[in-house]
Design a protein around this ligand. Sequence first.
Ligand SMILES: Cc1ncc(COP(=O)(O)O)c(C=O)c1O
Length: 427
Amino acid sequence: MMLTGTVPRRCVNLPPGALRLLLHTAAAGKLREGAAVDEFAARFGQWLGVPHVFGVSSGRSAFQLTLESLDLERGKEIIFPAFTFPVIPMVARLLGYKPVFCDVDPESFNAGAEHIEAKITENTGAVLATHMFGRPCPIREIAELVKSRGIRLLEDCAHACGVRVNGRPAGTFGDVGIYSFAEGKNMPCFGGGAIATADEQIARRARSILDRSPLAEAGAIASQAFSMWVKWLLTRPFIFGITAYPVLRARLAMGKPLMDSTVGDALLDEFSASKPRIGRMTNLQAALGLLQLRYIDAFNDGARENARILTENLGEVPSVRVPRGSMDDHVYVYYPLSVDPEKRDDLRRFLLRHGVDSKNTDMSDCTKLRAFQDGGEFSPEPGARLDASVLEICVYPIIPEKEMKRIARLIRSWAGLPEIHPGGGRS
Ligand SMILES: Cc1ncc(COP(=O)(O)O)c(C=O)c1O
């Protein structure tokens, strides 16, 4: 069993100096409150080119703050892509709105204007355009459509922090951009999230809601940060190879589940039971956000290069489909490979036996979930079974080019193609 040359399914992306920052902030007694919160909001806003940013405790909290600040009449419909992280439409449902799902393009994983238009009714209050897996959706066309109908446009940028569309950052085309800084995203801040808006009225309401919102206790902040730092350590490829990887191999040998996350209906049950509420961003999260801003563009460039290697080498592999579209504008933090659903587990096990851990997607076809059975009429195959076919491969820049090429070779050999594409990869 190989212990080195292994690739984890996720690498927590903490920049150099994150542990020092954690210890320093704790020693100064500044985990909860401090100057970093306003400074981060100002700097993140400058980076996006948006006047108002509000830091919160998570991406879902950012969406809740968005809906509460929009002040839409309860009962209004909100259009979501059918294939998404289901907690987000659940937030809308718990606040008294009606989630309506539109179809997505199975090759880009995104909804386009034509999919959204088909679901607009007189009762539509808002549309959430999601930049799934860091690939921008056709946001210009969507903005044109949605604004011409007098509907609010929100952008879910949980996977797309730093993605630009013709030079303009994702999250700045609609009324509000929603960001997540959770451990699995490209800019983790020991958890956290943010909203960005140029709308003065939304900003005023958001400020007043946040003034009344709770802030986590120092002990909880420290333990969450420390546990994230430990995950950072365990997902360094070498450490992963001598810790989690042997456990995964043992589980594979015993035919046990491969430590997968809770998804779908079970995830929604857990989330609803947690009585979600808006939380403020902590000073520690904001301080880490300031540090992250120095590195995020370089991180995104590296992830993009690693994703390019997979796309260039897996173009015509049977049973496998690479995401469609230009390779220049996305940031694939996890590379979404579509695999014949009958064969996805087999590929996953094959990769794991060769040192490469991968992940079944946490995204769901929401139209198939119990909680959203009344979500409307759908085309025969909304989401086209994307949740059963997407296998996420880690493309973090700490994974070297030769390792990415090895992953591509492995997938080709699994599909019965012995040779790597001659023009493929970086030379
Ligand atoms: C598309 C999408 N939106 C929003 C979120 C919510 O972010 P958070 O986990 O920080 O609440 C996620 C989380 O995975 C997500 O995948």
